[in-house]
Write a protein that binds this ligand. Structure first.
Ligand code: ADP
Ligand code: MG
Length: 281
């Protein structure tokens, strides 16, 4: 993982985007992702209340560009609500969420947030079961590319290459032509991650991505995420500690809507407050 000088994917379709290099920070136009301070996501003092109950309580959190961050915490800690705030599904009562230095996500709607490079994986896969793995990735390609596809009837070589590359990344290159409905649970999850990757997100949010996977699939998923870090930034919510350990990144512990502890897994697991929260003392 290299959080210092991330090589972020270039969005060649959109001239309004730069490659995310710090040197260009002062040349940005409005709406561009400014990573000049190395931080891709900054939640500042976020509060979300549901009928007076604070699901998020002055939550502040910063994710570096290229980072692979794990979020853990007991049920009800606010992990999913945090993702809802980042993706624009839930508006915070207080606080701001910055994507890079300049883009305030709390001012954008869900589709805009997805379009500027934040991809979210939900637990239930939304793949097209009767289409092959290859076709699923093709369908997930950016809409403007799909328009070109309907005009020219077939994928151009670099699009085909991109689908093949993603199929390799998600370990489905041997299953490219298999109907998605026939894939294993773990493979379906990877396919959905692949569909997100087709949109070339800068930040990926993954809520309990290994739920229901076999141990082998879980470890392969950890390898996949580690390989994606650096090029992408990842925020992963997960309960499976073997998986969190395999990811090897910084861990943030949420409790009652704010950060209880942060650091490497060993440090937070030995934190007395974290132990008390998990043991319910
Ligand atoms: P986690 O993902 O960490 O388990 P959640 O973010 O799902 O926690 O939930 C945090 C708290 O907010 C829980 O107490 C939950 O019941 C409450 N909550 C979440 N969404 C809503 C909602 N739409 N309406 C009311 N309460 C909610
Ligand atoms: Mg949750």
């Amino acid at each position: 993982m290299n959080a210092v000088d991330p090589v972020l994917p270039k969005d060649t379709d959109n001239p309004d985007w730069d490659s995310g290099t710090a040197e260009l920070g002062h040349l940005l136009r409005p709406g561009q992702l400014d990573l000049s301070h190395k931080v891709i996501l900054y939640l500042d003092d976020i509060t979300v209340s549901f009928d007076g109950f604070r699901a998020l309580d002055r939550l502040s959190l910063a994710i570096d560009a290229g980072e692979l961050r794990c979020i853990i915490g007991p049920n009800g800690a606010g992990k999913t609500t945090m993702m809802d705030v980042i993706t624009g599904k839930t508006r915070p009562d207080e606080g701001t969420v910055f994507f890079g230095q300049t883009i305030d996500l709390t001012r954008l709607g869900e589709p805009e947030i997805a379009h500027i490079g934040i991809g979210r994986k939900f637990q239930k896969p939304t793949i097209f079961e009767h289409h092959s793995a290859f076709e699923n990735l093709e369908l997930a390609m950016k809409a403007d590319k799909r328009v070109r596809r309907t005009l020219f009837a077939s994928l151009i070589d670099d699009e085909r290459d991109r689908v093949a590359e993603v199929l390799r990344q998600i370990r489905l290159d041997q299953a490219a032509d298999r109907p998605a409905g026939l894939l294993s649970h773990g493979q379906k999850q990877w396919l959905e991650i692949g569909m997100l990757l087709m949109q070339e997100p800068k930040l990926l949010l993954l809520d309990e991505p290994v739920a229901g996977m076999t141990d082998d699939e879980t470890m392969r998923t950890a390898e996949l995420f580690v390989s994606l870090a650096g090029k992408h930034s990842l925020v992963v919510v997960e309960h499976d500690m073997a998986f969190v350990k395999a990811l090897g990144g910084k861990v943030t512990v949420l409790h009652e809507g704010s950060v209880l502890a942060e650091g490497d897994l060993d440090t937070v697991q030995n934190d007395q407050r974290v132990i008390e929260v998990y043991l319910g003392r």
